[in-house]
Design a protein around this ligand. Structure first.
Ligand code: ADP
Ligand code: MG
Length: 738
């Protein structure tokens, strides 16, 4: 495994767009941005400062002035990154800058015009051309996803129900890192297909927005491409390399005005650029190199780009600028931001045989379908051989491979079915013509043959289905030099190569120039030999002046940065004050209008979910007891409605105290004896008189008073003990009457 850890800085390039018509008409002031393409330097002029003030100079890996072509930027700064992705590295390109400075132009460009196609369409071309030109022992699987982060919510732009769908969640896997759960991923077999995916996503983005410009300036768009490549290694086994490419068009970096907004709107404003300010903090923390904590978890964007900033990825940042004087402050902020990002060190490595490689699954599935097809083929062959004792001419030894074999399987299946059908037809005919058979018997035999034919057709359909499935699956895998016909001729290829060489050379030249500049300053002293004291003084004065100017520059820079810091701190304080005020308001309502016990109940149920960054209610019923909602009756009270003491049980058994009887009164029906239907039975009364007491009788009844309904058929009262109480009542009534 080639997992050698090597460190590599984030590449930062700066691009300045031309003045637009409106800016041109504003006056002859011209742009405030100058570029030295040879040295990769940006020189920024402060339109409000006196001419004597030194201009600010920043050096980057490359700079692109307003005349630069899309193709130049791609060949010089992006192509090497895409090549790395194709070799199994993770790669990220993000465009950073104020709204209207050309982020979308750089990333997407104008699709129709080949000259103006941006990084993304050029990357599509690059990837698929590379696959078509690679060796045929390589298998590729290309997938694409498209998402957007708006107000800290992740939306899947390829989901047909994009507008109404729930925001997606981020999850973390110890093996593969942070990923978006349930994100749509489309397998793409050609440039056309992947462009289609891009278009679908762009449309979804536009549909969801009321004002496209406003929306795109406040949301981050991420186009993700995964390229998996399988190739036999020296050990004979197939090894898979997975390269992931993130193409990111960030929200506009201009400061969102937070002043004067309150409540929900304030929180919204605070959320819109949360990802961007978190990105700034991450970059600062990484560039600083001293801070041990990098706040990746502060926003969705930084979590998603965690690998791209200081992790396992190669990263290119394109900072876009506008040349107009009125945007001096924003331009300066962008340049400082970009300057800081240069210091981030990544540790890219090839992702070899990762656990989540989809290509492996695809290969397994294809092998399974192929085995099934082969089994069918073998079965058909066997049947053919049995049939009529004919020998199967085809050699079908399973050694032919690929498409040849598929064609063969199909042909054999068809031929078998055709022969079998003919045979059945012949047999049917023979049965029909056979005079010796009875009509019923004939019918039965014919029916049987029909059934066999039905079976045969079903079998054939199943085979066809299986073949289609197999082909669909296999077509998803791109094989080097096969799936895509390369239309470019040799001349064009040569041209491309030459262009790449030139780009490479320009890059190297710039690097050398930059190195020379640094060395020049350091070694100038060593080289100089002074012939006279006067000369020495002159040279040293010159040097002093130079250094003094540098010092002034740095001082001014420090002042600027301090000023910026103060502004952003003031803004933060203001936001905090507003939030505290709102919190006080909510507290006032809670303290005065919500009963304390209710409040406590709610507080006890609340838990914080760090994954979703939200407070959540715990369910009222604990999850494990959901299935058995009813609590179990305590064992000590079996057969009773509620726990009961031993004393009470004894008391019930004894019938000593009426208090404990209440426990077992089961039901009391109103016993309405119809009036005038029964006369007093004297013999019964006599019998009753002999009984010791009413109370005793009730005890015998085990304490259950069960009354007789008046509609029951009248029985002799004496025969049932359950009637005693009733009779007792009668007696009592009679006694009262007397
Ligand atoms: P952003 O995405 O940063 O808000 P856009 O990419 O939408 O900005 O660019 C704003 C306008 O400027 C567009 O009309 C675009 O065509 C134009 N533009 C930007 N960069 C360039 C460039 N390098 N060359 C020509 N036109 C450009
Ligand atoms: Mg844009």
């Amino acid at each position: 495994m080639s997992k050698i850890k090597s460190s590599e800085a984030v590449k930062v390039v700066v691009r300045c767009r031309p003045l637009n018509r409106k800016e041109e008409s504003n006056g002859p002031a011209g742009g405030i941005v100058q570029m030295d393409l040879r040295l990769g330097q940006v020189i920024l002029r402060n339109p409000r400062a006196p001419a004597s003030e030194p201009q600010k100079t920043f050096t980057f890996d490359a700079v692109y002035d307003p005349n630069s072509k899309q193709r130049d930027l791609y060949d010089e700064s992006v192509r090497p990154l895409i090549d790395s992705v194709l070799a199994g590295f993770n790669g990220t390109i993000f465009a950073y800058g104020q709204t209207g400075t050309g982020k979308t132009y750089t990333m997407q460009g104008a699709w129709m015009d080949p000259e103006k196609r941006g990084v993304i369409p050029n990357a599509f071309d690059h990837i698929f051309t590379h696959i078509s030109r690679s060796q045929s022992d390589k298998q590729y699987l290309v997938r694409a996803s498209y998402l957007e982060i708006y107000r800290e919510e992740i939306r899947d732009l390829l989901d047909p129900n994009h507008g109404s769908a729930r925001a997606l969640e981020l999850r973390e896997n110890p093996d593969t890192g942070v990923y978006v759960q349930d994100l749509t991923s489309c397998v793409c077999k050609s440039i056309k297909e992947i462009e289609e995916v891009m278009n679908v996503g762009n449309q979804a983005r536009a549909v969801g927005a009321t004002d496209m410009n406003e929306h795109s300036s406040r949301s981050h768009a991420l186009f993700l491409i995964t390229v998996e490549c399988s190739q036999p290694g020296p050990d004979g086994r197939k090894h898979i390399r997975v390269g992931r490419l993130n193409l990111v068009d960030l929200a506009g970096s201009e400061r969102q005005a937070k002043t004067g907004v309150q409540g929900e709107r304030l929180k919204e404003a605070a959320k819109i650029n949360l990802s961007l300010s978190a990105l700034g903090n991450v970059i600062s923390a990484l560039a600083d190199g001293r801070s041990s904590h990098v706040p990746y978890r502060d926003s969705k964007l930084t979590r998603l780009l965690q690998d791209s900033l200081g992790g396992n990825a190669k990263t290119v940042m394109v900072a876009t600028l506008g040349p107009a004087p009125q945007h001096y402050e924003e331009t300066l902020t962008t340049l400082r931001y970009a300057n800081r990002a240069k210091n981030i060190q990544n540790q890219p490595r090839v992702n070899e045989d990762p656990k989540d490689a989809l290509l492996r699954e695809f290969q397994r599935e294809i092998a399974r379908l192929r085995a099934q097809l082969n089994h069918r083929k073998w079965r058909n062959k066997q049947k053919m051989e049995q049939m009529d004792g004919e020998t199967w001419e085809k050699d079908g030894d399973g050694e032919t491979d690929g498409e040849e074999e598929d064609v063969e399987v199909e042909k054999e299946a068809e031929e078998y079915v055709k022969l079998e059908e003919q045979r059945l037809e012949r047999e049917k005919q023979a049965i029909r013509e056979d005079g010796s058979l009875l009509a019923g018997e004939k019918q039965r035999l014919l029916g049987e043959k029909e059934r066999m034919m039905g079976d045969l057709r079903r079998e054939q359909e199943a085979t066809e289905q299986l073949t289609a499935q197999y082909k669909a699956m296999e077509s998803k895998l791109l094989v080097g030099g096969k799936n895509i016909i390369d239309h470019t001729n040799e001349q064009q290829k040569m041209l491309e190569m030459k262009r790449q060489e030139i780009a490479e050379q320009t890059r190297k030249e710039r690097e050398i120039q930059q190195q020379m500049l640094v060395q020049d300053e350091e070694t100038v002293e060593l080289r100089e030999t002074f012939t006279s004291l006067q000369q020495e003084v002159e040279a040293k004065t010159k040097k002093l002046k130079k250094l003094y100017a540098k010092l002034q520059c740095i001082k001014a820079e420090i002042q600027d940065v301090n000023g910026e810091h103060v502004t952003s701190r003031q803004e933060l304080e203001q936001t905090q004050n507003e939030l505290v005020r709102e919190l006080k308001f909510k507290y006032l309502i809670i303290e005065n209008f919500i009963p304390p016990e209710e409040k406590n109940k709610i507080m006890n149920r609340l838990t914080f979910d760090p994954e979703e960054d939200q407070w959540k209610f715990q369910p009222l019923v604990p999850a494990e007891s959901k299935s058995s909602q009813m609590k179990k009756r305590p064992a000590s009270a079996v057969g009773y409605k509620r726990p009961i003491s031993q004393y009470a049980r004894v008391a019930i058994a004894m019938g000593a105290h009426s208090r404990y009887r209440a426990e077992n009164i089961m039901f009391l029906e109103l016993d309405m004896t119809p009036p005038n239907t029964s006369s007093l039975d004297h013999s019964a009364e006599a019998e009753l008189n002999q009984s010791p007491s009413v109370d005793n009788l009730i005890t015998k009844d085990k304490g259950v008073r069960k009354s007789r309904s008046w509609c029951q058929t009248p029985k002799s009262i004496t025969s049932s003990s359950s009637n005693v109480s009733l009779t007792g009542c009668h007696t009592a009534t009679a006694a009262l009457a007397q």
